[in-house]
Design a protein around this ligand. Structure first.
Ligand SMILES: *Cc1c(COP(=O)(O)O)cnc(C)c1O
Length: 384
């Protein structure tokens, strides 16, 4: 068997930033400022500049970043928050954690992102039923691709709903040069190590232009603190980010724009080389994706055989996501708009992600593309 290509190569980037990260971590160890140290403050300022929003709170994870705005808005039992089902569990989990009801909406079969037309139908259904109060929408930038926020924002505005961008995978992705911050009330991201902008542990950030919301989230992040840490004015969480993790993100943020450009080049090269073979996640005109995953569709029940053939060629592949959230044990009792999500359900049987990271060189990418072509031939021959 050929040597295995890494699915994500974090080592090349680590070697590139190692000396700078080690210097920062040594300074933190010397100072003892492990919690809310100067690197945390510096990171928040840098992220505000990068993301184009006036307020940034670093926090303990991407999940914290999603739950904080919902808590600050007082989202509670009896409220509906509209989310895609073709996403990571955290997107819907935070709604349920607040006691509210996630309402699952379908995605578009080509971009894999929230279908604005289906969102409108879902809101109308909830209003017609009269049991839940629509409060917010959480759109996901799936696999690194910015959602269609202009359309989603219009639907939100028609009903007075808040809009959260779950940018855990797509932080920094743009449409016509604009990030999600152009349309969303809140942008939430994760620094989980495998995300396009990661740290060396857990971390996240939440951004907004709403100073009042930011102030409530700042309180909630530290046990609902008031004028000082032993004055508690709200029920909050321990949602702080470690100083050491902030130091890591600071060094990665330094090279992030360059890495996004590399990911953009590599993603487009995949699209070009794979044209006429498998169908990749569609990239609309004007969109720059951060390509958290490079994902293609292999239909007709051939996906398992395709993945086995790829493995035999030394190319790892992963399925994101084999099961949609509305099909999961924990979420199957929550409402599904229209009763079924045909695009989501089809994607779960078709999608498969190929190795993708900012340091994927052309010879390795050529080897992966060759493996895709050969694996498709193998699968076809087996089916014949
Ligand atoms: C990773 C991820 C999260 C959660 O981030 P954590 O830092 O792991 O809590 C939320 N939403 C999406 C879409 C994600 O991919």
């Amino acid at each position: 068997m050929a040597s295995m290509i890494p699915f994500i190569d974090l080592a090349t980037q680590r070697d590139r930033i190692r000396a700078k990260v080690e210097r920062r971590i040594a300074a933190i160890m010397d100072s003892g400022a492990f919690i809310m140290g100067p690197d945390v403050t510096e990171l928040e300022a840098r992220l505000s500049a990068f993301g184009g929003m006036s307020e940034t709170l670093s926090c303990g994870s991407g999940t914290d970043a999603l739950v904080l705005p919902l808590m600050a808005w007082g989202v509670k039992a009896g409220d509906a928050v509209f989310v895609p089902s073709f996403t990571f569990a955290a997107t819907a989990e935070v709604v349920a954690l607040c006691g509210a009801t996630p309402v699952f909406v379908d995605v578009l079969p080509d971009t894999f992102n929230m279908d604005p037309a289906h969102l409108a139908v879902a809101i109308a259904d909830v209003l017609a039923e009269g049991k839940l109060t629509p409060r917010a929408v959480i759109a996901v930038d799936l696999f690194g691709q910015i959602a269609d926020y202009a359309s989603i924002r219009a639907v939100c505005d028609a009903h007075g709903l808040k809009l959260v961008s779950d940018a855990a995978q797509g932080y920094g992705s743009t449409r016509d040069g604009q990030m999600a911050s152009r349309w969303a009330d809140v942008v939430a991201t994760s620094f989980y190590p495998a995300k396009p902008l990661g740290c060396y542990g857990d971390g996240g950030a939440v951004q907004t232009n709403d100073a009042e919301l930011a102030s409530a989230m700042r309180s909630l992040r530290v046990h609902g603190m008031g004028s000082d840490r032993y004055d508690n004015v709200r029920i909050g969480i321990n949602g702080r980010m470690d100083t050491i993790q902030a130091a890591v993100v600071l060094e990665k943020l330094e090279i992030f724009a360059e890495e996004i450009a590399a990911r953009d080049r590599i993603g487009r090269r995949y699209d070009e080389l794979l044209s006429g073979t498998v169908t990749p996640q569609a990239l609309p005109a004007g969109v720059v994706s951060t390509w958290a995953q490079y994902t293609v569709k292999v239909s007709g029940g051939r996906r398992d055989a395709f993945m086995a053939a790829m493995k035999a060629h030394g190319v790892p592949t992963v399925i994101y996501y084999p099961k949609a959230l509305h099909q999961q044990t924990a979420y199957r009792d929550f409402p599904v708009a229209g009763g079924r999500l045909p695009a989501t359900e089809a994607l779960c049987t078709e999608v498969v992600s190929l190795p993708m990271h900012a340091y994927l060189d052309e010879p390795t990418q050529d080897r992966i593309v060759e493996a895709v072509k050969r694996s498709l031939d193998t699968v076809k021959a087996e089916a014949a």
